[in-house]
Design a binder for this molecule. Structure first.
Ligand SMILES: Nc1ncnc2c1ncn2[C@@H]1O[C@H](COP(=O)(O)O)[C@@H](O)[C@H]1OP(=O)(O)O
Ligand SMILES: [Mg+2]
Length: 217
């Protein structure tokens, strides 16, 4: 069982998440993600807030059972699906609010290569996985600076919430995340998330961008 509580974004009043995941033999089989500050309506419609600016979403997923979102006030849960966007020009992408957590210049290059027109949606925490699972945006790019090692509790719940909603979560080389190696995820370079249609295009854009950014020898 892996559990992640809060971090400094909570203190800033931004997005934060409480995440719980169950691992069975290194496989994530259940995930619950509470996002108390996430609007009930899509972040795509930032100008069109839901009545009373209602916030507070719970996402939950069990392997093979799909992903559901339930308002934290306890009203009924609805099944959610990742964005069906196939044209990257119509896609928008999530990344960390903190430039110290993910290389914004690299994601901007990747987005440019893909032809993404929308500016990045920068929010904290695993709320990005929740928002992506209901199609608020189609892509999540996470490229920590050299030397940072990702922890399983920062991704386990979000990973199953997105995959059960039809999305794909891999490292920058296209390999699935391996939750069987203890507390760290030994990912190649970064973590990328999108729908099945966009993943091959995204992987190409990531490979080209990494090559371009690599220091020449
Ligand atoms: N230098 C770093 N690079 C990438 N991620 C980090 C770094 N330092 C902390 N984190 C982790 O990133 C997560 C939030 O990421 P973000 O909001 O940018 O998506 C947090 O759980 C945080 O871990 P921790 O909870 O130990 O502070
Ligand atoms: Mg944390």
């Amino acid at each position: 069982m892996v559990f992640d509580v809060l971090h400094c974004s909570f203190l800033r009043g931004d997005q934060y998440a409480i995440a719980l995941a169950l691992l069975d033999g290194g496989k994530v089989v259940l995930g619950v993600l509470a996002c108390p500050n996430l609007p009930l309506t899509s972040l795509k419609d930032a100008g069109q807030h839901s009545p009373n600016n209602e916030v507070g979403c719970l996402f939950f997923a069990e392997v093979g059972g799909g992903t559901y979102m339930q308002p934290l006030d306890g009203s009924s849960a609805v099944k959610v699906q990742v964005s069906a966007v196939e044209n990257p020009e119509e896609a928008s992408f999530f990344e960390s609010y903190e430039a110290a957590h993910s290389m914004h210049d690299l994601s901007s290059l990747i987005a440019q290569k893909l032809g993404v027109k929308a500016p990045p949606i920068r929010i904290d925490s695993q709320a990005k996985y929740g928002a992506l699972s209901r199609g608020d945006g189609a892509i999540y790019l996470r490229f920590p600076h050299k030397g940072y090692r990702e922890k399983i509790w920062d991704h386990a719940a979000g990973c199953i919430v997105v995959t059960e909603a039809g999305g794909v979560v891999t490292d920058a080389a296209g390999q699935p995340l391996d939750f069987s190696k203890g507390k760290h995820l030994d990912v190649d370079t970064g973590i990328i998330v999108t729908n099945q249609k966009l993943m091959p295009l995204l992987l190409n854009a990531v490979k080209e961008s990494l090559k371009e950014k690599a220091p020449s020898s």
